[in-house]
Every structure is written in structure tokens, then in C-alpha cells.
Design a protein around this ligand. Structure first.
Ligand SMILES: Cc1cc2nc3c(=O)[nH]c(=O)nc-3n(C[C@H](O)[C@H](O)[C@H](O)COP(=O)(O)OP(=O)(O)OC[C@H]3O[C@@H](n4cnc5c(N)ncnc54)[C@H](O)[C@@H]3O)c2cc1C
Length: 497
């Protein structure tokens, strides 16, 4: 403890862990503030509108009869919020947003759109970061926002069944009353919907492009009967079907939670600290996040958040979840003493007070919110082998020099998932050409993935080959043709044309 790990040893045994830190900053309203981005069709003129129908009176009459006037948005100013993505990188010009409430309504909409070749863009909370959730041209937006019913919660099996439009944070709040929690957590939890995050589901219900309803809503933990069709929808980003319901396996809410925030002076120390955390914290280690100095500077300077630590080149957040606070606290303290004694960690703070944990998590989770305040953001979500995790950030700094306002890296270190962000005053094709395809080539050479968790969306289809083989891409194309022969579902996304 000689290096002054501030506030360590102050973990309270009897803390209240009744609530998890809740979300902040992300508004659920579709109101837009600030300047609008250029239309996608103008910024990316090489992408041509497909041979789809243009909406006419007959189409609108069908939608109105099905949903009533209240659940169709056609007023251009109200449509705008559904046309622009969260980081304001892309903008479509849809003039029609449909807001079904039931699977049957989704089914009838898709059957009609398929018959009339009307392109459809499925949209959840519209917090996606790769331009997948908004139209490229005039696709009809199918918003799942009103599909927000919780269908059942089983306290014993921990299985929750709900509609796809339920907001992540609302589900977590609901589960807390049952002693359970959602198996995933992210900065956009106050707005993003569960249908947009199917990686963790036990089962799901989806509507195919032709309107057929596919029931894979199994709540069984084990069910090995034939092909696991639900997995087709994971990573499909609305291009194979619209997910209408999901069944999720939810773990019990932990009785003890502790969080440490650490300052380090080299990436080598970060890696050594990660390794020690895995070995010494074992089963209670629940997350290990990474922030570099430029990322932390963004939230302290732009969003005026206060960091409890002095300035360091690197920071780590280490959270533990367990069932016995005395046990967890002792383990965490021993680990922290060891990493301090070895000189890996220079400074740190640890707490199990909910409000303090929330403040520390804000430093990590609000970085995404601070980025657009710098201008235009080129955002990359990369998986890299852990020893090369940070290598892309200095490589990009060297390549771009003064032409970027800020280049920073943060992410889910425990998963090898780096969020590289390049902020420039405004979008130019010149900067884009200096970044892409370099960023993907660099990642591919290191055997990483060009999309760790955000998906391919509109921005990356032509680069998917950096992470997937020709054979895989061809099979994906065949599946797309089979499931959506008219290509009405989320065109221009995920697969290269
Ligand atoms: C501040 C912030 C932090 C974030 N942190 C993370 C993070 O830590 N990890 C992470 O993975 N992502 C993160 N994201 C990205 C994003 O929030 C997630 O990808 C989220 O899962 C998207 O959910 P959504 O409801 O907003 O979906 P949308 O953005 O509306 O849609 C995303 C994609 O899914 C499709 N889709 C949506 N609903 C359905 C449906 N019912 N059926 C079929 N397709 C559908 C859309 O067409 C689109 O292609 C973050 C975003 C922000 C703004």
C-alpha cells in the first residue's frame, strides 16, 4: 500500500446493493438537436437505391387501416428522428414510420411489403453505431418501440419472456423485484431494446420477410432438436427477419458488488494487471474495462465529470459480483495490495457504495456520449488478440497526425474488444480514405475482427471479407436469398452487394 492507493481498505461490509447504477444521458425521445448529417445517398453516392416500390396512397391506406392513424408517423419533422442515427453519421429520408404492437401486425406488414416490394428498415431504440438502424433511402421504418410487453418472469428458472421492444433498463428494473438481473449491460441501456441485442437469448420469435411467424421461443435451457434456427437472427441486424419476442436466461442479482478504478502508466502493466485479476479474483471477476487518457479527458473536459484519480496514461475498471461481501472484499483487497506492491498500479480507488460506483461507471459509459461533441466521429469496434489490444491507437495517431482532433481508445478489455474513436472537425472523404481500409487491414493482419459487437450495419458490408471467408459470405448470401427473396429487409446492410 506504499504507493498510496487512495480509499482502499474502505470497502463497507454492509453496503446497500439494492439498485444497480442506472443509465444517464441517453434520451429516449426521438427529438433531434444540433445539425443534421448529410443525406446518406449524397455522402455515399456509389450506393444505389434498389428496385423497390415508392410509397403511394394505397400503401398508406393499408397501413392506416391496420394500425390506425396514431401508430403511423408520416409528418416529415416527426420522421426525422427515425431517419438519423445516434452518432449522426448517416441519414435516410423515410416518410413513413410504422409502430406495430403485436407479432400479427408485424406479420401483416411484412407480408404486404413483400408482395408490393416495399423496403423495410427495422428499428429498435436506434442506438446502433454502424448505421444499421436507419433507412439509407426511403425505406419504411418498422419501429418496435410499442412492442414493450413483459410476457412472463419465472423466478425459479430465471427465464424472462418479453416482446422485442422492451428497453434493457426497464427489464433490469423489473427483474430486480424478482432477485434477478439482465445478463448484459451497456451504456445505451436506457434506450436500446432487447430485440436489437439478441446475442444472449435462450429463444426467440421472429417474422420472416413473407410474413410467416417463426416460433423458436423455447424457454428450455437445453433443446437440441435440429438446426438452432434462433442463431440465424443473431448478427443478422434485421436482414433476415424481425424479432418480435425473446426468452432470456437471467442470472440472480448478486448480493455483493465491488468496483475498483485504477491508474496505470503502461499498457504492459494493464495486461499484467488483467492477468492477475483473472487469477486472483477468479469467479467473482465480472467485468474488466479499459480507458486511455484521451478518452477519460473527453468526459472530464467535455461532460465535466470528475475523476477520483490523477491523470495517468491508462485506467482500468474492475468489478466483482458475488454472494458474500466479506469474501469478495477480502479477495479484492488482497489483489489490489499485490498489484500495488508490484508497481503495476500507481493509483486507485475502490468502493461498494452504489452512488460512487455509478459515478465511476459514468466515466466509462459516457465516453460515447462525449465523442460527437468534438465534431464528426469515425467509430471502430474491433476485437484484437489481447497482447495487441491497444496497438491500433498509436498506429492511427501516427497515420493521421494533426488531421484528427482526438484519437482515443477504450473498451471491454476482458473480451479483447477495443473501441477506437477518431474525432475530426467535420467529415471529409480524404480523412475517410486515410482511415479505411487501413484500420481493417491492420485488424485482419493481427487476426482480429472488424466488428466485435456493434455489427456490420451500413458502414462495413464492403469490409466484411476482412473477417469472414469467401465461403462464409457466400453461405450468408444464400441464406438471405432464401429467407428474403425480394430483399425487402434492411437493404444495403450487412452483406456486400
Ligand atoms: C452510449 C452507447 C453505448 C453503447 N454501448 C454498447 C456496448 O457496450 N455494447 C454493444 O454491443 N453495443 C453498444 N452500443 C450500441 C447499441 O446500443 C447496441 O448495439 C444495441 O444493442 C442496439 O439496440 P437498439 O434497440 O438501439 O437497436 P437499433 O439501433 O434500433 O438497431 C440495431 C440493429 O438491429 C436491427 N433491429 C433492431 N430491432 C430489431 C428487431 N426487433 N428485429 C430484427 N432486427 C432488429 C436494426 O435494423 C439494426 O440493424 C452502445 C450505443 C450507445 C449509444
Amino acid at each position: 500500500m506504499s504507493r498510496g492507493l487512495r480509499q482502499l481498505g474502505r470497502l463497507r461490509a454492509a453496503c446497500s446493493l439494492g439498485t444497480r447504477p442506472s443509465s444517464f444521458g441517453l434520451s429516449q425521445s426521438r427529438g433531434l438537436t444540433g445539425a443534421l448529417p448529410e443525406l446518406t445517398k449524397d455522402r455515399y453516392p456509389h450506393v444505389k437505391r434498389g428496385d423497390y416500390a415508392t410509397l403511394d396512397e394505397n400503401h398508406l391506406r393499408f397501413f392506416t387501416e391496420l394500425l390506425g392513424t396514431n401508430r403511423i408517423v408520416t409528418d416529415p419533422s416527426q420522421c426525422e428522428g427515425y431517419n438519423v442515427d445516434w452518432i449522426k453519421n448517416v441519414r435516410g429520408y423515410s416518410q413513413c414510420v410504422l409502430r406495430p404492437k403485436t407479432t400479427e401486425e408485424v406479420s401483416r406488414i411484412l407480408a404486404f411489403c413483400n408482395e408490393h416490394r416495399i423496403a423495410v428498415c427495422p428499428q429498435g431504440g436506434n442506438t446502433g453505431l454502424v448505421g444499421g438502424s436507419v433507412p439509407v433511402f426511403d425505406e419504411v421504418v418498422l419501429s418496435t418501440s410499442l412492442m414493450n410487453e413483459i410476457i412472463s418472469t419465472d423466478d425459479t428458472s430465471g427465464v424472462l419472456v418479453c416482446q422485442a421492444g422492451c428497453i434493457l433498463e426497464s427489464l433490469d428494473t423489473h427483474l430486480a423485484d424478482h432477485g434477478l438481473m439482465m445478463p448484459l449491460d451497456l451504456g445505451a441501456k436506457g434506450s436500446c431494446q432487447i430485440g436489437g441485442q439478441c446475442g444472449t437469448v435462450l429463444g426467440l420469435e421472429a417474422v420472416k420477410a413473407n410474413g410467416e411467424i417463426l416460433d423458436c421461443l423455447s424457454t428450455l435451457k437445453k433443446d437440441n432438436t435440429g438446426y438452432h434456427l434462433k442463431h440465424l437472427f443473431i448478427g443478422s441486424e434485421g436482414t433476415l427477419g424481425i424479432v418480435t419476442k425473446v426468452a432470456i436466461h437471467c442470472p440472480p442479482k448478486p448480493k455483493a458488488m465491488n468496483l475498483a478504478f485504477l491508474g496505470l502508466d503502461s499498457f504492459e502493466s494493464v495486461l499484467k494487471t488483467l492477468k492477475k485479476a483473472k487469477h486472483e479474483l477468479g469467479e467473482i471477476l465480472s467485468s474488466c474495462e479499459f480507458i486511455d487518457e484521451r478518452s477519460l479527458d473527453l468526459v472530464t473536459s467535455r461532460l465535466k465529470l470528475k475523476s477520483p484519480l490523477a491523470v495517468h496514461p491508462f485506467y482500468m475498471l474492475i468489478e466483482t459480483h458475488g454472494s458474500n461481501n466479506d469474501h469478495d472484499e477480502e479477495k479484492l483487497n488482497t489483489f489490489l495490495e499485490n498489484v500495488m506492491a508490484e508497481g503495476l498500479v500507481l493509483d486507485g480507488t475502490a468502493t461498494n457504495e452504489v452512488s460512487k460506483m455509478k459515478n465511476i461507471w459514468e466515466l466509462r459509459e459516457r465516453i460515447t456520449e462525449g465523442l460527437p461533441l468534438e465534431g464528426y466521429v469515425f467509430k471502430y469496434d474491433i476485437s484484437l488478440p489481447i497482447e495487441s489490444f491497444y496497438s491500433l491507437v498509436p498506429a492511427m495517431k501516427e497515420r493521421l497526425g494533426e488531421s484528427a482532433v482526438r484519437i482515443c481508445g477504450y473498451g471491454h478489455l476482458g473480451d479483447g474488444n477495443l473501441h477506437l474513436n477518431i474525432c475530426v472537425k467535420e467529415f471529409t472523404q480524404d480523412v475517410l480514405k486515410r482511415i479505411e481500409p487501413f484500420v481493417y487491414e491492420f485488424t485482419s493482419k493481427l487476426k482480429g475482427s472488424i466488428s466485435a459487437e456493434h455489427g456490420i450495419g451500413f458502414r462495413k458490408p464492403k469490409y466484411i471479407h476482412y473477417s469472414k471467408s469467401h465461403t462464409s459470405i457466400e453461405l450468408m448470401k444464400q441464406l438471405k436469398t432464401m429467407m428474403d427473396p425480394n430483399g425487402i429487409l434492411n437493404p444495403y446492410k450487412v452483406l456486400p452487394s
